[in-house]
Design a protein around this ligand. Sequence first.
Ligand code: SF4
Length: 726
Amino acid sequence: ALAAEGGERWVKSVCRYCGTGCGLYVGVRDGKVFAVKGDRDNHNRGLLCLKGFLLPQIMSAPDRCLHPLVRKGGKLVRASWDEAMSLVARRFREAVDAHGPGAVGFYGSGQGLTEETYAANKLFKAGLRTNHVEGNPRLCMASAVGGYLSTYGKDEPMGCYEDLDHADVMLLVGSNAAEAHPILFERMARRKQTGKDVKVVVLDPRRTPTARIADLHLSFTPGTDLAILNAMANVLVAEGLVDEAFVKAHVAFGEGKDVNRAWEDYRAFLAPYTPVRAAELSGARAGDIVTAARWFGEKGRTATSMWCMGLNQRTRGVWANNLVHNLHLLTGKIGLPGSTPLSLTGQPNACGGVRDGGALSHLLPYGRLIANEKHRAEMEKLWNVPPGTIQPENGKPTMDLFQALEQGDLKALYVMTTNPAQSLPNVDRYRKALEARKAFLVVTEAFHPTRTSELADVVLPAALWAEKEGVYGCTERRYQLLEQAVRPAGEARPDFAILCDLAARLGHGALLPWKGPAEAWDEILTLSKGTAYDFTGMTRARLAASHGLLWPLPAEGHPGTKRRFVKGEDPLVPADAPDRIRFYGRPDARAVIWLRPQQPPAEVTDAAYPLVLTTGRVIEHWHTGTMTRNCKELRHANAESVVELHPDDGKPLGIRTGDEVRVSSRRGAETFKAKLVDGARPGTVFVHMHDPQRMCNRLTIDAVDPVSKQPEFKICAVKIEPIRKA
Ligand code: SF4
């Protein structure tokens, strides 16, 4: 299609931004992207939000990185591809030769195409033989993964977007979908406008734009939502809203306990979590907790829960996820149209490329684990590498990886299309290590400078989404093909081609032998065969002809699966299974209700740092702003990060809207303009994460969840001081 570059055509693709995964068409005229329009036949019904609609602007932004750059004499200067790639290959080879495979690592993102992430995962784990393969989904969705795995034995949501069209109650916990997932939010609002009795409950410390459509908004002190969720479960039990038959047939309590005995233990565990007690602890109203539970549990009505970073970016993120699942398991509101737990994903391919594709330091593709000898042997056979090639120890999760770099143990790091020197918590600590050149840093990026590329030894210009082809997998297990619309700008190359080049230079060309992403996809299909992900029937041709397909999809003729674990829908549940649902991920086919107590965050407020800082998103920007700040409308609409605080916190300090203030934590300080807003919770301040100049992560804490290893971006203690002009 690229051959006929004259004239106008529309090329099928997917939005480059959030995990909603809206389908769109890229308009191309004379070889340039001039517009996008929503795909009417996709789940987004032709709609796009502001960011998606303005995507064409980023293609020719002034910050596009058009040539390889190599650091010489302390400065990044233009180089040829051959010079840059030779240097990268040499430095990685030298690091491995001198210090072993554990001296090199890869840090990717949920924005790479599935084939790209797969190529990197294979090259590093099977070629360079290091399991230090990480990515920003560790900062984003790791606790959701931990929640699904511990509850159901399988990762990824079981429901789909269509469930929103049937939901009588929508419970949003720590999700500002109106800004972070606007088109999904539109679907929620549409459901609410049907005239049916649809209730929206929002649990969020801030009165966000999402809370504006809520029938009930529970504001609470950050970090106390475990108590609220347990109190809701308490009400369900106390008021007879439990589906006892469902619990008896499909639920276990903790690991391996007798159901009857465990049920009594669970009731005893819940007893202290009365709504009054939870209200005292959280600052929410007891009556609101009761109402939320009653609405959720009302018999004969459906309930869908959605959550995002508010639950995940926590030192008890996995536990918080477990407690949302508990509400569904107690009431049996699961695996039915309109009744499902549905975690919302931040990036367009965090699910497909990284979670499903196993591109994290403890994973192998499609549900396999590095720690499992059988899984390693299976992957070695599939990858046609000698037994024992894959190292048996897990690699380092993200924060450990950057701490290894800080300590000088990691000698070379390959960063693909992400921006850790802005997005890591306690970022100054890791920036210092990068500035000190503790490791050789390669960054592939479509834009330069970013806060990470400015610190690199080599910057490789990466093609943008419309300049390459591949598969994205979004929140609802929907895989979609992005077709190449235009040629890469300047000398940019797709990450897939860069990785294949690097593999050849490192002597591992046989591992990445493909002529293009389509051939890699054929290999990926075979890896999914026989797993719980099985999408063997999603051939390239079928993806090209579709508007997205939901796995499992084990054969060409299979329509895909809207609801997992459900008889008659999920091909992995036998047609003669005795019940409507079968949690086949667990050995006893029972999902688990976990007893998870309220726990404080890693850092609590005190006299020196009396305010809670919570970080988040705004509708105009995305991630570290690399793309959205290259769009002038978005930049003008929201020029810089401000600190939002309640008038009760600002006025005693003499702070007015527009004043410059210094926000400090135990880790660092940053200046912002203040914005006094009634929707802020007294005692809690908010800063968005998208500004490369005023970085909220100079303040955030790098404590992690012990299970998911996801950092606690959502809670740390800070103080605010006005900056008095001389
Ligand atoms: Fe893109 Fe997300 Fe907006 Fe859809 S909702 S257009 S995927 S940014």
